[in-house]
Design a protein around this ligand. Structure first.
Ligand SMILES: [Ca+2]
Length: 356
């Protein structure tokens, strides 16, 4: 017995699409906000009719498979549905297990990996208009009170320069704050919703001189733990810290390959606190009470973003309300009116590490 390949993508487009957990992969993996369902198709690739019986287990979850028995002719196709329900799994931890079909002789095993999450929301949205709105879907993994903290602000632009890093190991150089690196520190408080640090090709001397500066970025907490990195083949680098713990963070820029041995560049940074920029960025539509597995359509609206500006709005979703509420997820809305949006998104989303 084997899993059939995923349907032709063009068919999915015609038939209204399919959620990623329903791609007909042999493995079954996903985030669980209370419950999760997988649909799968299998074919009997054996030489004779067969009757397969299922067994499935992942710690922390109840798993039901229907039907639990598949009677398949030679070459026959069977459909089954796997329903997962939370039963004691810890938040944010991956739990591994398996689903197996057995006919007494053959055993077909599908690995499973499930993670209980308190919230699912898009981590980042990208916009280019000075005024606009965008809706997105949030799913809750808890019952009870919920609230949203929000804020937004323009990038803080800091001019600096960095020489070529001599060893080629930018991470180690930044950890040691060695030659060819420059660091910037940012205090974050319990009011901070998100922090983001970025460099852009267009903001480098190499670019302005008709070439390219390859800068890289590493971000550390105050104990020098690496919190994020961005080391693609240009100077378009971005590290985002959603719901950072209160601490002082250090963004380190490395001169991996600056044109002419030194780059003059501008660091863009956002440390967005709750309540900032309320006249320019607002989020609405989230409920006051969450239901396990329930969805909400949330609207982000923004106004009067200046031309040639990089603004970031943040919606931070909380379990509870008022004092004692805990952040469980955030959506960072980047609004870029500089006309270099394509560069920044490509830099952030399709990071490839250079061969060192
Ligand atoms: Ca780079």
């Amino acid at each position: 017995m084997g899993a059939l390949p995923p349907d032709d993508p063009s068919c999915q487009a015609l038939h209204g699409g399919m959620v990623p957990t329903d791609l007909n992969l042999a493995s079954l993996a996903g985030d669980v906000m209370g419950a999760l369902t997988f649909h799968r198709v299998v074919r009997n690739v054996g030489l004779a009719p067969a009757t397969y019986t299922v067994a499935a287990a992942v710690p922390g979850f109840d798993i039901a498979v229907t039907p639990s028995t598949l009677v398949l002719d030679k070459g026959g196709i069977g459909h089954y549905t796997v329903t997962v329900n939370l039963n004691g799994a810890a938040v944010d931890a991956w739990n591994e297990g398996a689903l197996t079909w057995s006919d007494g002789t053959h055993v077909v095993r599908s690995p499973m990996a499930l993670r209980y999450r308190l919230l699912a929301t898009p981590p980042a949205l990208w916009e280019t208009t000075p005024d606009g709105n965008e809706a997105f879907i949030v799913q809750y993994g808890f019952d009870g009170a919920t609230s949203v903290r929000q804020g937004g602000k323009n990038a803080t632009r800091t001019r600096s320069s960095v020489a070529k890093e001599p060893t080629g190991d930018g991470l180690a150089a930044c950890q040691a704050q060695g030659a060819g690196t420059v660091s910037f520190t940012f205090p974050v408080t319990s009011s901070t919703l998100a922090a983001r640090f970025a460099t852009y090709d267009a903001d480098t001397s190499g670019f302005k001189n008709g070439g390219t500066d390859d800068l890289d970025m590493y971000v550390f907490d105050s104990a020098n733990n690496l919190m994020g990195s961005s080391a693609g083949s240009t100077a378009d680098e971005m590290v985002s810290l959603p719901s950072p713990k209160p601490d002082t963070y250090r963004a380190c820029v490395v001169g991996f390959a600056p044109l002419g041995g030194e780059s003059h560049f501008t660091l863009s940074s956002w440390v967005v606190d709750a309540g900032e920029g309320a006249s320019q960025f607002r989020v609405s539509g989230a409920p006051d009470q969450a239901q396990m597995g329930g969805h909400a359509k949330v609207h982000a609206k923004w106004h009067d973003i200046a031309a040639d500006t990089r603004f970031m709005g943040v919606a931070q979703f909380m379990q509870g309300s008022g004092d004692g509420a805990m952040p469980v997820g955030a959506t960072l809305v980047g609004i870029d009116t500089t006309g270099t949006m394509g560069l920044s998104v490509a830099g952030a989303s399709h990071k490839r590490l250079k061969a060192r």
